[in-house]
Design a protein around this ligand. Structure first.
Ligand code: CO
Length: 175
């Protein structure tokens, strides 16, 4: 197990555009495994490679939907390499957070349903029809590959508040 450090905003590497994956080799598989290990330790539902400082089009998602008795209803464990949206429909809102913007949550508008094409770690192409939390998570993680963050979708006033809050957090941690 090799959980890696998650970069925190405003780290410049979160803003860099990413490159397509062309080699589906052992190095890629090791990266994907490290990303799942990192996500598990961080207790998140999705992670994009730039968040661990790797500027490649690699996203992983692990969503477990449980009922009130903590029984697993549905599980989505996806590796999305070189993802592309083929279709987007409707709008929905959700209070989003991000492992790179810890402790802050804001309501973001996204498409309600999406059709996403992506390769897996073996280079095979899949097409996913998604709605609900999975569709939101796909759009959030795809944004990371473009150097975008959820705070780009909210008002400048709310964004300023988060930027200030993160600065204060960093200061408190240093002192
Ligand atoms: Co994020």
């Amino acid at each position: 197990m090799a959980a890696r450090e998650i970069l925190v905003y405003p780290d410049d590497r979160l803003r860099q555009p990413t490159t397509e994956v062309t080699k589906f080799d052992d190095e890629l598989k090791a990266l994907v495994q490290d990303m799942f290990d990192t996500l598990k330790v961080a207790d998140g539902i999705g992670l994009a490679a730039p968040q661990i400082g790797v500027s490649k089009k690699v996203v992983i998602i692990h969503i477990e939907e449980k009922d009130e008795n903590n029984e697993l209803l549905e599980e989505h464990r996806l590796v999305l390499i070189n993802p592309k949206f083929l279709e987007k429909h409707g709008t929905t809102e959700y209070k989003e957070g991000c492992l790179s913007i810890p402790t802050f949550y804001e309501t973001v508008q996204r498409a309600e349903r999406v059709k996403l094409q992506a390769q897996d770690e073996n280079g095979e192409t899949h097409v996913y029809d998604a709605d609900g939390l999975l569709a939101i998570c796909m759009q959030h993680e795809y944004d990371h590959l473009e150097g975008h963050l959820f705070i780009d979708h909210i008002s400048s006033l709310k964004r300023e508040r988060i930027v200030k809050g993160l600065k204060k957090m960093r200061k408190d941690q240093q002192s």
